[in-house]
Design a protein around this ligand. Structure first.
Ligand SMILES: C[S@@+](CC[C@H](N)C(=O)[O-])C[C@H]1O[C@@H](n2cnc3c(N)ncnc32)[C@H](O)[C@@H]1O
Length: 222
């Protein structure tokens, strides 16, 4: 799906999104926010903030920025912020694969239920890294291909329908981690049947040992 496709899908979903995806995805949102251990005054970026269902879960004192491709979803989020009088929330229409923020702008960066939908998930990860402060972590809640062979066969079979469904059902966790050189800190099953995963990764790519480091280790061990 391209950017226009995502916008078209969420233009259709926006008004009914909370009804279908509110409660069912709630645990993952709550756990991701708890996992961040946000301290007062920290700056958090939520990528693909959608209708802002997560916003009431953030602790007091956070400076929160939410971005989304879909103007209709952002509008719903803005209404929530105003209705609940949530302080210090900035919502912007922006593509997470090409963000306007400077490097190292945020203490924590989170994407909940976004990567299976985003047209270029690798570029989103690269941008999440860039705007996160060194030493920070990225938090991702997503459905990854089910390890159960029957379910994963079904997920592969329906993946050509991803444009219609609005997400990729057969996103494989191990391939995703490898392709993006993610240094995984923790994975945790969340939501119904643990069908989704809360993935916590270091901001920086996993440190691969270089041929010279390998050589040095070999030399030292003799
Ligand atoms: C399934 S919804 C998740 C919304 C919200 N995070 C939640 O917890 O319900 C996916 C959202 O990601 C947004 N999205 C997809 N690709 C994006 C991108 N490249 N940049 C910004 N937002 C994106 C969509 O517009 C949509 O609002």
């Amino acid at each position: 799906m391209d950017v226009q496709g995502v916008r078209a899908v969420y233009r259709r979903y926006a008004r009914h999104y909370d009804f279908y995806f509110g409660k069912v995805f709630h645990q993952g949102r709550k756990l991701a926010i708890d996992q961040m251990g946000i301290r007062p005054g920290e700056r958090v970026l939520e990528v693909g903030v959608g209708t802002g269902l997560s916003l009431p879960e953030y602790p007091d004192g956070v400076h929160l920025t939410g971005i989304d491709l879909s103007p209709e979803m952002i509008k719903m989020a803005q209404t929530r912020v105003e209705d609940l009088e949530l302080p210090d929330v900035t919502l912007l229409e922006m593509d997470a694969s090409a963000m306007d923020f400077s490097d190292a702008s945020f203490d924590h960066v989170v994407a909940m239920y976004v990567l299976s939908v985003a047209p270029e998930p690798e570029r989103v990860i690269a941008e999440m890294r860039r705007v996160c402060k060194p030493g920070g972590r990225l938090y991702i809640v997503n459905h990854f291909r089910n390890p159960n062979p029957v379910i994963s066969t079904f997920e592969r079979a329906i993946s050509p329908l991803s444009r219609l469904l609005g997400f990729r059902p057969d996103f494989a966790l191990d391939e995703f981690v490898e392709r993006n050189d993610l240094d995984v800190v923790e994975t945790r099953p969340v939501n119904l049947f643990g069908y989704w995963t809360l993935l916590t990764t270091a901001r920086d790519p996993v440190a691969h040992s270089t041929p010279s480091a390998d050589l040095e280790r070999t030399v030292r061990s003799h």
